[in-house]
Design a protein around this ligand. Structure first.
Ligand code: GDP
Ligand code: MG
Ligand code: K
Length: 298
């Protein structure tokens, strides 16, 4: 991207459960882009979805701990959450028009008081209330924080969501497109996941399988907020190696899969469904064109 007018940035999406954050994100991101967490960084901030257009890219992140304290390390977590909120370019605080402000909102508002970045109040589910009720709903929140804007939407029907995008983009700084249009295509996560699977193959097969094993992560798909589906090929050079990796009645492959899955789950903080295949590709190491496909950069 060498467009000097391109805009990009990170936006924290927060709000108590069931206000419609996931619905909103799905509407914005659509089916186009898979949604993964950001393993290259810490597990603190997760990428929830990426909106990409010819004019702008918005990376939506989740900041655990804003919604409620999540660990006994409460203090530490709260401080790191706050600094995370100061690292983003904007905060989108989602509330539901069909529910009254509650303790969950009070908690979030307390957190947001210390945030210096622009905060947008998104009043979702306006399809469930009469337009006349809207001012009273907004009044429950509007004096507690210096909202940059109040934007009523229906994430379910898509009403006014474009306006939210327009306003967010308007407020973003000029910057590069951080992630490719199809962000999953060459994400470092794939490499890390492949390495975790490879490690288990070596650990469990010991010296029986040489190091000429490659792992090719063919797809990483987010099913929903907590479930990720991953498919990968374990590539070997000879049928005998394939037999060892699969094992008697598939026992070995099952073990490899279970152990790798646990590691990957820890990495992503999600439930993972891991599907492994073993493929024989004779002399794959000699076929330099394929190397990149199998996760080897050089
Ligand atoms: P989250 O917990 O904040 O991620 O909320 P979800 O996106 O899971 O939504 C919670 C429930 O509210 C689901 O049943 C959604 O279908 C519903 N919902 C979300 N947005 C809207 C909306 O704009 N209008 C209506 N009527 N329902 C919505
Ligand atoms: Mg959700
Ligand atoms: K999750």
């Amino acid at each position: 991207m060498d467009n000097p007018n391109y805009k990009s940035g990170f936006v924290a999406l927060i709000g108590r459960p069931n206000v419609g954050k996931s619905t909103l994100l799905n509407y914005i991101v659509g089916q186009k882009v898979a949604i993964m967490s950001d393993v290259a960084q810490t597990t603190r901030n997760k990428i929830q979805g990426i909106y990409t257009s010819p004019e702008a890219q918005i990376v939506f992140i989740d900041t655990p701990g804003v919604h409620k304290p999540v660990t006994k390390l409460g203090d530490f977590m709260e401080r790191s959450t706050l600094s995370a909120l100061d690292e983003v370019d904007a905060v989108v605080y989602v509330v539901s028009a069909s529910e009254k402000r509650g303790p969950g909102d009070n908690f979030i508002i307390e957190k947001l008081r210390q945030v210096k970045k622009p905060i947008y109040l998104v009043v979702n589910k306006i399809d469930q209330v009469h337009p006349n009720e809207l001012p009273d709903i907004v009044n429950q929140y509007k004096d507690d924080l210096p909202f940059k804007q109040v934007i009523p939407v229906s994430a379910l029907q898509g009403n006014n969501v474009n306006e939210l995008i327009n306003q967010l983009v308007k407020g973003l700084p000029h910057g590069p497109q951080y992630y490719p249009d199809d962000q999953i295509s060459d994400h470092p996560e794939r490499f890390v996941i492949a390495e975790m699977i490879r490690e288990k193959v070596f650990m469990l097969t010991r010296d029986e399988v040489p190091h000429s094993v490659a792992v090719d992560v063919t797809s990483v798909k987010r099913e929903d907020e907590e479930h990720v589906h991953i498919s990968a090929n374990i590539v070997v050079e000879r049928p005998g190696q394939k037999g060892i990796i699969i094992g008697k009645k598939g026992q070995m492959l099952k073990k490899i899969g279970t152990m790798a899955r646990k590691d990957i789950e820890r990495l992503l903080g999600d439930h993972v469904f891991l599907q492994l295949w073993v493929k024989v590709v004779p002399k794959w190491r000699d076929k330099s064109a394929m190397l990149k496909d199998y996760g080897y950069r050089n």
